[in-house]
Design a protein around this ligand. Sequence first.
Ligand code: PLP
Length: 427
Amino acid sequence: MNIENMLNDEMGISPKVYEIVKNAEKRAVEYFKTAEEVAEYNQLKVLNAFRKFRISYSHFGETSGYGYDDLGRDTLDEVFADIFHTESAMVRHNIVSGTQAIALCLYAVLRPGDTLVSLVGSPYDTMEEVIGIRGEEGTGSLKDFGVNYDQVNLLPDGAVDYDGISSMLKNKKVKAVLIQRSKGYDWRKSLNVAEIGRIIETVKGISPETVCIVDNCYGEFVETVEPTDVGADLVVGSLIKNAGGSLAQSGGYIAGKEKYVELVGYRFTAPGLGKHVGASLGFNKSLYQGLFMAPHIVCQSIKTAILSACVFEDLGYDVCPKSDEIRTDIIQAIRLGTPEKVIKFCQGIQSGSPVDSHVSPVPWAMPGYEDEVIMAAGAFVQGASIELSADAPICEPYNVYMQGGIVYEASKLGIMEAAQRIIKEDK
Ligand SMILES: *Cc1c(COP(=O)(O)O)cnc(C)c1O
């Protein structure tokens, strides 16, 4: 068995690139330990919930039509609530994306005349049209319905502006705040759960009634605690990211205080019906199994992120977070500096993927995003970014954001393919 020969002879990875990645990995394994410990803790947390609710084959059965008494659906809600330590949860295969899940929360809680404030700068790109910061009138954005919006920006060094948050809440009646855990397409530190806790404490200290909503996308199971452990009223995320463990074929979840989750249910189906109907159509098993796999799969993707941080640090690029930083999400940003390198990087990741390895991604005008975006996603589930993927808005300073990787050993090839192209571009 000779891995280097196989990579070189059959896959076209040069001995030099192999060497670089092998050396980077020696550094990376030190940082893997924390991720593996977190995964073990979270795996027990999930397994314990499965045992507590006596999950059995009967929960995997399918319902159709109205989906009355769907045992699997209702119990999965309880299992999520148990893991997130909340009163209630709603987990649905037919929430199409994280954006829809967050939008459900906002429309559920906010009423005409209310004010929503984002506490950590501009929200994720796709939320801008939901809120009505960007886009046309008449789409049914929150702005169309008379919901006001404001934001507290991060300080120039990327830190949370606690004074700004305090004065915002003292000066205005704020119905809900949105806190985004992960940096999204931003070059800053993602917020760890402890910091989210401090933000919520600041908010509740001034305005206890303000609903604290955390966009938890990419953050689930990266730490041993979740934002609901530090006072969040609602957390929300996508099942084609962390919480679906790569097996959920689509979906989203919301967990939090019962009264708010009920409102989310009313918004999702109709007032009166709420979350107590909706056919699971045979998707329950993949949602359960995906949740069971999630801590392990998240760990695979964190190891992938750490390795790529080490490799690109060694190649002389600025990375965020740095290889030795404690993580709170699965995203690894790399500052490549030119559009050509961003494109090459994404093409490398794509070529190292199990699906569509033969296609080459190019930048396009993706709905919901302002700049052209390039996306590498050779995934089993279309667009699933818990699988190895990379994307970048084509704009200065030309950062690429990579995430996911459900099998560390395979993700390494994607990193090698990307590194090989970048080294070539450097010459
Ligand atoms: C992915 C993501 C979203 C939602 O995006 P979808 O593509 O609609 O799932 C929202 N916020 C953050 C921080 C995200 O990473």
